[in-house]
Design a protein around this ligand. Structure first.
Ligand code: FE2
Length: 226
């Protein structure tokens, strides 16, 4: 009887959908903002480095050197962020270059050099349709352009080259010189500075001065571990 009464006892209304704790959809998404962009981009930079036997840690070092130079150049926070992100992604297009070429011991053929020289354009192509809050695609495309017009892929010269791309270009050159490559051993900081000075026409004069200040002054750019 009591069980029948119990069965007939009105049941409390089922909790409506609205009463259920709802897990907001954005809880599953990565947080937006500079920190999450930077984390993603740093991870990508590490993957780019991993494709090249001789450049482990290259993107991280170029980012540190570039930000130091850009600070001395007077860049404020937003531009510094663009430089940092651009430095991490500057060689993104190398994922399109066969690893046999990237890791080839000894000198490259003219054809292999031409294939490597496609990486700035390929990097921008890989990011097609992806919008960044910072202007980093010019950095990727033009980090091998040189002030005297001797660079690639577009042969820009002088003020046509964005300062941010010039900054990453000189930091990239410095790291290349101070890192062991397949075709030569690393050189000292002094020797690297001498080499960059010898080719000073390749650099915007102010960028070159900021680089030298970064290397020479107290608190200066120091070699990061390779
Ligand atoms: Fe590059």
């Amino acid at each position: 009887m009591s069980s029948l009464n119990a069965q007939r006892r009105p049941r409390p209304p089922a909790a409506s959908f609205r009463d259920q704790p709802v897990r907001p959809q954005h809880q599953f998404a990565a947080p937006a903002g500079p920190a999450s962009h930077l984390a993603l981009v740093c991870r990508l930079g590490g993957l780019i480095d991993a494709t090249h036997r001789y450049t482990f840690g290259h993107c991280e070092r170029v980012a540190e050197y570039s930000v130091d130079i850009a600070r001395r150049f007077g860049f404020q926070e937003r531009l510094l962020t663009a430089v940092r992100l651009g430095a991490h992604l500057h060689d993104l297009g190398k994922v399109c270059v066969p690893s046999e070429i990237l890791n080839k011991p000894g000198p490259l053929t003219d054809e292999e050099i031409e294939i490597i020289r496609t990486h700035p354009v390929r990097g921008v192509e890989l990011l097609e349709g992806i919008q960044f809050p910072w202007d980093i695609k010019p950095i990727i495309r033009w980090h091998h352009e040189r002030y005297d017009g001797s660079g690639y892929p577009d042969g820009l010269c002088g003020e046509e080259i964005p300062i941010s791309a010039q900054i990453i270009g000189i930091a990239d050159a410095f790291d290349a010189l101070t890192t062991t490559r397949s075709y030569r051993p690393a050189v000292t900081v002094d020797a690297a500075v001498q080499e960059i000075r010898r080719k000073h026409r390749q650099w915007h004069p102010e960028v070159y001065r900021a680089f030298v200040a970064s290397v020479r002054k107290p608190g200066a750019l120091t070699l990061l571990p390779h």
